[in-house]
Design a protein around this ligand. Structure first.
Ligand code: ATP
Ligand code: MG
Length: 443
């Protein structure tokens, strides 16, 4: 027996309706805000993520699922087997299963020259993601993200609308205790000077910080603030804050975002600890954090990334967006006691009795389905009693009883399970039955 790989999950029919509910709601809200869906491949060249996510991120440094390429590609690629048994190709010929949704959307936006077709672009995605992390509650190796991106504007209204969309979604799923934390992490004008201030603060602490922090000291010191290691965090509590060193443009942008959120009555906390795991963020950075302590607490993260499109090879086009984890969202909802209503699977069950009736039942089922009624028939040749019992179990509101006698007469009873009333309908003309079931649907 071969079991599922560690850190993956099967989504069984008993759970999948929750996914449908969330996906449908997310699509609906995206459409309310004027976003269009984009779908990208499950894997990309490794170099896309190295550039688009960033060399100093946990994702690129520790979590990439690098794929063993085909024989032809292997000839030109030198890979290294790592401890987990993955051959890691870190050069441009290697491929990586997508660890996040943004870099591929940016790649597709640039590659398809969509920037030439208008000034403002608004996309959403729902996608599987893969990260080679240590599995825990709310942290998987194969998981799903959904999110949005706006390309083409520096306006703080775009930051505000991105946050508003996430906030609308979170409130509509019923999560009232998920709090918005926002920060500004500056831009290439003000961050270099802040980095020097930060490095001066960090330098004497380096011996006490972990290897990853030490590695990030020269390349991207601000990322040290995002270290998950509690020993490192203990050293960093009085670190200087980026928001105290913002240039005039970034400071004004941050003030605008905050006042726009206030205008939309979206509550937030300024949290100088939000530096986000991805290298390409500029200005606004935010997270939606659950106060339920049952699992990983960040449900969603996002922000502005004005350098990303150019980094991936496109023109200088600013962007802003967020990503949300499906599994983590569902877990937070579950821990908060939010129930998603289970939809009715079937509206009609056809009880089939006898050899002739089988053929008629298939034809009758087709007539009801063509009229939009969800219909199931018996396949097991069970007794009438057993078929009724099954109809009760699946909570179907109507049954038809179709035996060889009914076939001879050309009419059959349609019975309401709730009150036991029944009407006679034609085998060849089910219109009366369809009308009855539809009238109940509408009521
Ligand atoms: P974390 O701090 O939890 O490691 P991150 O900074 O790596 O998060 P992002 O890259 O911003 O997360 O991803 C956006 C969202 O995707 C997260 O807020 C979370 O909901 C979800 N997510 C990220 N990694 C995982 C994972 N391994 N399993 C499940 N969901 C995840
Ligand atoms: Mg992470």
């Amino acid at each position: 027996m071969i079991l599922k790989p560690k850190g993956t999950n099967d989504i069984l029919p008993s759970e999948v309706y929750k996914w449908h509910h969330i996906e449908k709601l997310f699509r609906k809200i995206c459409e309310e805000f004027g976003f269009e869906e984009m779908r990208t491949p499950a894997f990309e060249y490794t170099s896309l993520f190295k550039r688009g996510v960033g060399e100093t991120t946990d994702i690129v440094q520790k979590e990439m699922f690098n794929v063993i390429p085909s024989v032809e590609t292997r000839k030109v690629t030198e890979g290294v087997w790592d401890a987990a048994g993955f051959k890691r190709y870190l050069d441009k010929d290697g491929m990586t299963l997508k660890p996040e949704g943004t870099a591929p959307v940016v790649r597709a936006f640039v590659e398809n020259k969509m920037h030439g077709q208008g000034q403002l672009h608004k996309f959403y995605y729902i996608t599987p993601c893969f990260r080679h992390e240590r599995p825990q509650a709310g942290r998987m190796r194969a998981f799903h993200q959904f999110g949005i991106e706006i390309f083409g504007t520096m306006s703080a209204t775009a930051d505000a609308e991105v946050i508003a969309l996430a906030d609308t979604f979170i409130k509509r799923v019923g999560l009232m205790d998920v709090k918005l934390h926002i920060n500004s992490i500056g831009c290439p004008t003000c961050r270099p000077q802040y980095n020097e201030t930060l490095k001066a603060y960090l330098a004497p602490k380096l011996p006490k910080l972990c290897d990853t922090c030490n590695d990030r000291f020269d390349k991207n010191p601000m990322r040290i603030l995002d270290c998950k290691n509690p020993d490192c965090q203990a050293e960093l509590h009085d670190a200087p804050h980026m928001i105290d060193s913002l240039c005039d443009e970034c400071a004004a942008h941050f003030e605008d975002v905050k006042s726009m959120l206030t205008a939309m009555t979206i509550d937030f906390t300024v949290d100088t600890g939000i530096v986000r795991g991805l290298d390409y963020y500029t200005k606004t950075a935010f997270e939606f954090i659950s106060e339920d302590i049952g699992a990983q607490s960040t449900v969603s993260g996002g922000g502005r990334y004005d350098g990303l499109v150019a980094e991936v090879g496109g023109p200088e086009i600013p962007g802003v967006g967020f990503g949300m984890g499906m599994e983590r969202l569902l877990l937070t909802m579950q821990n908060t006691g939010i129930e998603i209503p289970k939809p009715m699977v079937n509206e009609l069950f056809i009880i089939v009795l006898g050899e002739q009736a089988k053929r008629s039942a298939l034809a009758v089922a087709k007539r009801f389905r063509d009229a939009g009624i969800k219909t199931e028939i018996d396949h097991l040749g069970r007794s009438m009693k057993a078929q009724f019992k099954y109809a009760n179990k699946i909570e179907v509101p109507y049954v038809i009883i179709l035996g060889d006698d009914e076939v001879t007469k050309g009419v059959m009873p349609l019975k309401c399970m709730a009150d036991g009333t029944q009407i006679e309908i034609g085998i060849d003309d089910v219109e009366k039955g369809v009308a009855l079931i539809q009238s109940k649907q509408e009521a």
